[in-house]
Every structure is written in structure tokens, then in C-alpha cells.
Write a protein that binds this ligand. Structure first.
Ligand SMILES: Cc1cc2nc3c(=O)[nH]c(=O)nc-3n(C[C@H](O)[C@H](O)[C@H](O)COP(=O)(O)O)c2cc1C
Length: 229
């Protein structure tokens, strides 16, 4: 397979929700997972685990949980309405494509669940007395940054899939029914899943990816000053 430029991968790795049922060679999955674990994590803790689900019955059950959780998401999206930066056509495309995955998650040949083991937080009395007053704030800080130790790996996984011609997308709807996923996959109590990623050969072409322009979202030095783009 021809190698693609990194920027081309970034600009074309759109959310691929229509996937063929054809199997994905294990060597490619290993390559993708090996790219995922090159990401950084807080304190280089590498508390990540990736559950790669290929068993058809487990995939079907994961698909059922995803579909159930997505009904809640559907109601939330409907109540929230179209974000102003998306055209009617773009919003319609998102809802149609999203609804396809609600019904077909279990048909993807591979479903990867990136997970994190909860970090070990020192007890308050193991800290110097002057630091103990900061303990609750430290717990809040750890919770705030928790996802930042797995989502860079998720993005590596997305880009590695793109480089190999595989389609995927990050999804999180299943977290609304997290306990069912935990029981099905026998996750230990101190391990949480952070995404459910269908992986397979795409039905539709990749990219291009459209986003709000830099001028709307980049600030030069301070908030009031726009970026000259
Ligand atoms: C935190 C997060 C959660 C997401 N959850 C879902 C999800 O549950 N289901 C889904 O179909 N897509 C999900 N997505 C994918 C987004 O819908 C997608 O990234 C966005 O629409 C941009 O798509 P594009 O790259 O094709 O333009 C999620 C994306 C992120 C970053």
C-alpha cells in the first residue's frame, strides 16, 4: 500500500461509519494499536488498555448496547438542534451517518474499546502537611485531565487506520450504558472504557474534512485578538 502524507491523513480521516463486514488482518490491527500506544499520557503512566472485539456474538451485544445508548443521544441531539456553524446539509449528513452506526455498530468486523485503569492517588496523610489542604483540588484536577491520557492514543489510532485505508471513528454514546459494556467485556472494577471504535474497510471515500475557520477559533496572544488567517 502507498504511504500517505501525514497532513493528507489529518485532512481526510473523517468519521467513517459505513464499514464493510470483511475481516481486517490481525497484522494491520497490531500496527494500528502500536501507533496508538506511541501517544503521551500524564506522568507517562500508560495506564491504557485496548479491548479488541472480533467475536461475532460479543460484537452483536456491543451493537445492541450502543443502539440503546444512542436512543438517549438521539433525543439530546434533537433537543439541541443544529449547531450554527453546520449547514442544514452538513447536519443532516451527520444525523443520517450517525443513525446508520446506531443500527450497525455490531456489524463492524472489529470494535476497539480504549480503556484506562484508574490512577493510584496518594492518600492525604502521605502528603506533606502543607499540601493536605490541596487534596480535594488535586482529585478534581486528576479527574479533569483523565481523558487526556487516552484520547491522544485514540487520535493516533484514527490516523493509523487512515494511513492503512481502514475506516473508524471515535464514539462515546455507550458510556450512557457503561455498566452493561463493563459486564459484557468483563472489565475490572478499576478500568473504565473511554470510547467504542468500529474499525473496518470503508464503503465510502475518505475526507475532505470541513471545520470552522481558523479565524473563528484561534486567538493571538489574548482572546480579543484574532489570528491573521
Ligand atoms: C468526544 C467525541 C464523542 C463522539 N461520539 C460519537 C458517537 O457516540 N457516535 C458517533 O457516531 N460519532 C461520535 N463522534 C464523532 C463526531 O460526530 C465526529 O467527530 C464529528 O461529527 C466530525 O466528523 P467529521 O470528522 O466526519 O467531520 C464523537 C466525537 C468525539 C470527539
Amino acid at each position: 500500500m502507498d504511504r500517505i502524507d501525514l497532513f493528507e491523513a489529518i485532512h481526510t480521516a473523517r468519521a467513517m461509519r459505513r464499514l464493510k463486514p470483511d475481516p481486517v488482518p490481525e497484522a494491520l490491527l497490531t500496527q494500528v494499536l502500536d501507533a496508538a500506544i506511541r501517544a503521551g499520557s500524564a506522568g507517562n503512566a500508560q495506564n491504557w488498555h485496548f479491548v479488541v472485539v472480533r467475536d461475532p456474538d460479543l460484537r452483536r451485544q456491543l451493537g445492541d448496547i450502543y443502539a440503546k445508548a444512542s436512543k438517549i443521544a438521539e433525543a439530546m441531539y434533537a433537543a439541541r438542534g443544529r449547531p450554527p456553524h453546520l449547514t442544514e446539509a452538513q447536519f443532516g449528513q451527520l444525523m443520517t451517518s450517525g443513525a446508520h452506526l446506531w443500527a450497525h455498530m455490531g456489524d463492524a468486523p472489529v470494535i476497539v474499546l480504549p480503556c484506562l485503569r484508574r490512577p493510584i492517588v496518594p492518600t492525604p496523610d502521605s502528603l506533606p502537611p502543607a499540601m493536605r489542604g490541596l487534596y480535594q483540588a488535586e482529585l478534581a484536577y486528576a479527574e479533569r485531565i483523565r481523558g487526556a491520557s487516552i484520547y491522544p492514543a485514540v487520535q493516533n489510532l484514527i490516523l493509523a487506520c487512515r494511513a492503512l485505508g481502514l475506516g473508524t471513528t471515535i464514539t462515546t454514546n455507550h458510556l450512557r450504558c457503561e455498566d452493561e459494556v463493563r459486564a459484557l467485556l468483563k472489565l475490572p472494577d478499576d478500568v473504565d472504557s473511554f470510547a467504542m471504535m468500529p474499525i473496518g474497510w470503508p464503503v465510502d471515500p475518505f475526507g475532505p474534512i470541513s471545520r470552522r475557520p481558523l479565524a473563528e477559533v484561534v486567538h493571538a496572544d489574548q482572546w480579543e485578538r484574532g489570528w491573521p488567517a
